[in-house]
Ligand binder design. Structure first.
Ligand code: PLP
Length: 392
């Protein structure tokens, strides 16, 4: 198969081999990631800006993201799990790396120490584990302390915060926390009353630990304004280009673009059903393209259409087209009736999300959020990392 047989306005293959055998392509623009970091960091006038790179940097690739963010000046990173931290440590020998999910066990302490990872301690029990590890090894290892201000997920209560503050005052803590933090539950909804309630609580807690830097804002929290910034911003999703705040224009650059190849085209008559369960039926004579991507590539199955519900849109030959019928494991059908036949052929690449189709719109059509779509992408698509000057 020669790529020339399958002309497409979107084709920009990096390797002839892969271009001939891949069904879908996940393009990651690392310069866009860097610009997003710079944009968020500039919003924090006095605050430093960290980066959350958990879950393989929200699916775009932990190593690549970590490297690009370090180049852009990021020095503090958050992951969820110790193993993610060890991976990040290999790429980032000098960075500060926090493990959001805290300390799983006494035995885990050695792993943190070995890889110079800082746990985000989420309960007094975890504080005790770290304390006893530091005492046994005669070390003063840095860590963060997480306080719960309204998520009810991880973190010390206000009452525990007082107990901890008393311990510090009495010099009864054998290590020095390097960060205190809390996490917002509703930052993506700026007018939600929980935002200011959490802020008030966090201010109270912060006053108990005046000498320790504080971190509060995730991506959406950054946009709530400087009151929410404290000393260290902690964005994740906005770095990767998804919309941080609901019902607001998205100021972030697109980082991830998913494209899939058209495999075949067929004409169907009005009333024919498409895909499994015959859940969608054409209401006119239609032209249907079958494209080489499915839920096993991470494209959420609920993004398909049924007679009751529209599905997600795709972008093909300079226009929008709808998904028709259920998303299957390896394949999706789209309705290309309104697209001039001469503009598409087998091999044409279809944008599933990217510059023309917002990842958040696809997620919404599938009843989910950009976070879940990004972190579902997996490894089956052919991944290509770009810098600005290499794209189109
Ligand atoms: C995931 C996470 C973040 C990043 O949140 P985004 O909404 O992706 O910016 C920040 N802090 C904590 C505790 C998290 O779990």
């Amino acid at each position: 198969m020669s790529a020339n047989l399958y002309p497409s306005p979107h084709i920009a293959f990096t390797s002839a081999e892969n271009s001939d055998i891949a069904g879908s392509f996940l393009d990651i623009n690392l310069d866009a990631l860097k610009r997003n970091y710079r944009y968020l960091a500039n919003r924090g006038k006095k605050a430093d800006c960290a980066a959350v790179i958990k879950a393989d940097a929200y699916g775009i690739g932990l190593e690549q993201a970590a490297n690009a963010l370090w180049q852009e000046g990021c020095r503090t990173f958050f992951v969820a799990l110790p193993k993610e931290g060890a991976r990040a440590r290999k790429i980032l020998p000098q960075a500060t790396i926090y493990i959001l999910n805290g300390l799983m066990s006494q035995q885990a302490c050695g792993f943190y120490q070995q890889h110079e990872l800082r746990p985000v301690l989420g309960s007094l029990d975890e504080v005790d584990l770290w304390q006893s590890h530091c005492a046994t090894t005669q070390t003063d290892l840095p860590c963060a302390i997480h306080f719960d201000t309204g998520m009810n997920r991880l973190g010390l209560s206000l009452k525990s915060a007082h107990l901890l503050a008393d311990r510090i005052k009495a010099n009864a803590l054998s290590f020095t926390p390097s960060l205190i933090m809390s996490h917002l539950a509703c930052a993506d909804t700026p007018l939600h009353p929980l935002n200011t309630q959490q802020l008030d609580k966090f201010r109270t807690i912060r006053a108990l630990f005046p000498d320790i830097p504080a971190s509060f804002a995730n991506s959406a929290g950054i946009f709530l304004g400087p009151d929410y910034h404290f000393d260290l911003l902690r964005p994740g999703i906005a770095l990767y280009g998804a919309q941080p705040v609901n019902d607001h224009p998205n100021p972030m650059n697109v980082v991830a673009t998913l494209q899939a190849r058209i495999l075949s085209l067929r004409n169907v008559t009005k009333g024919d059903s498409i895909s499994y369960g015959a859940a969608a039926v054409t209401n006119r004579d239609s032209r249907i393209a079958t494209i080489c991507v499915g839920y096993a590539d991470g494209y959420i199955r609920a993004g398909g259409s049924t007679m009751q519900k529209d599905g997600a849109k795709v972008w093909v030959a300079g226009r929008e087209a709808p998904i028709i019928g259920r998303v299957t494991m390896d394949l999706i059908m789209i309705d290309v009736t309104d697209i001039p036949a001469s503009d598409i052929a087998p091999g044409t690449l279809v944008e599933m999300f990217g510059p023309h189709i917002a990842i958040d719109d696809v997620a919404a059509a599938a009843g989910t959020i950009g976070y879940e779509l990004l972190t579902s992408l997996g490894m089956r698509s052919e991944r290509r990392y770009h810098l600005d000057h290499e794209t189109d």
